[in-house]
Design a protein around this ligand. Structure first.
Ligand SMILES: *[C@@H]1O[C@H](CO)[C@@H](O)[C@H](O)[C@H]1NC(C)=O
Length: 336
């Protein structure tokens, strides 16, 4: 960490009216060609997209579209980025990302996905890979415009209820604290995937469907001086409190995945997906923030553009898509 330049200019990560992004998951064998996907994004006014790996042809098809991107570095590549030289990271960045599209279209590089609690074999490599990539961005003078972070699953919290008790799992301390220190010193956001749907499934006696779908009253839950009317805000604030507990109160948050399935599980339906995603979009666009950080827009990436028929696990995991394969919305969600 001591090699990092601590004087990076303050970067305004979130301007008024935070943007709604969408995840373009591609674990499927039936997706439309990316040219068609870009038409769908543009015709719906979606200006920010998350792509989970640096697939060359996909990145090329976004070049010049004006759509800004969060690009994922797959977990399997982290060991070589972590143990290689900074020059190796520079070459990796140029070959796999910057040769395909102009640097100003790259907003974030998401280094790994859900590593700490879901794929922990790669945990020791996350921050070292981020440091090498940061040095590469320094060489390219891109540290102000491209931010590095590492999306985590909400299960990095061992306590999330009530939100003010939010605490990172103590077993992750040795990797979480260096990550937070890196994000703080490089003015980068903490990235978290948040699924009230799954919380609802896992504890459906204490979490009501109305609370998960933003349909309960504004004070469903009292937490000290704050009141919560929905599980999304409570989940976000639990992370904010957990960071504060580690001594990092100022790190902004990006919700890198959230969504609701249309079929394949309890309460999975187009009506509920519209209620959930519609409420998330309205909150983001109006910059209401959360009870803990009111008025501060939380940037959100909805999951998912299309259903992904290659996803394993529970059946509902295949059915988070907002658009059908013909590019028509499955339900009447407005993005702006
Ligand atoms: C580095 O980038 C900044 C914009 O982010 C620019 O103002 C500055 O002139 C650049 N420096 C060099 C040496 O190119």
């Amino acid at each position: 960490m001591k090699f990092i330049n601590f004087n990076v200019k303050e970067c305004l990560l979130i301007a008024g009216g935070a943007a709604i992004g969408i995840c373009y998951g591609r674990v499927a064998d039936n997706l439309p060609p990316s040219s068609k996907v870009i038409d769908v994004l543009k015709s719906n006014g979606i200006s920010t997209t998350r792509i989970f790996n640096a697939d060359g042809p996909t990145l090329q098809s976004f070049s010049g579209t004006g759509i800004s991107l969060m690009i994922g570095v797959p977990n399997e590549i982290l060991p070589s980025l972590a143990s290689g030289t900074a020059l190796f990271s520079l070459q990796w960045l140029e070959t796999n990302i910057l040769s395909h599209l102009p640097s100003f279209q790259v907003r974030y590089i998401a280094v790994g996905n859900e590593v700490f609690s879901i794929d922990p074999f790669y945990s020791p490599y996350v921050v070292p890979a981020m440091i090498n990539l940061y040095h590469a961005l320094q060489v390219l003078n891109l540290t102000d415009s491209i931010k590095l972070s590492s999306p985590q699953a909400a299960s990095v919290l061992s306590i999330s209820y009530p939100p003010s008790a939010g605490t990172f799992n103590p077993y992750l301390q040795s990797v979480m604290v260096p990550l937070l220190r890196f994000l703080d010193s490089t003015k980068s956001p903490f990235m978290i995937n948040v699924y009230p749907y799954i919380s609802y499934l896992n504890s459906f006696e204490s979490v009501t469907l109305d609370y998960a779908l933003f349909r309960s009253g504004d004070n469903e839950i009292q937490d000290g001086g704050l009141t919560y009317g929905n599980l999304f805000d409570a989940s976000v604030d639990a992370v904010v409190y957990a960071m504060e507990r580690e001594g990092f109160a100022g790190i902004p948050l990006v919700v890198t995945e959230t969504g609701w399935p249309t079929s394949g599980g309890l309460a999975a339906s187009k009506e509920n997906a519209l209620a959930y995603n519609g409420n998330v979009v309205r909150r983001v666009l109006s910059d209401v923030g959360t009870p803990k950080i009111p008025g501060r827009g939380v940037e959100v990436y909805l999951f998912d553009l299309f259903d992904e028929n290659g996803k394993g696990g529970e059946e509902y995991e295949k059915h988070f898509g907002i658009f059908g394969l013909d590019g028509m919305k499955l339900y009447d969600l407005a993005f702006n």
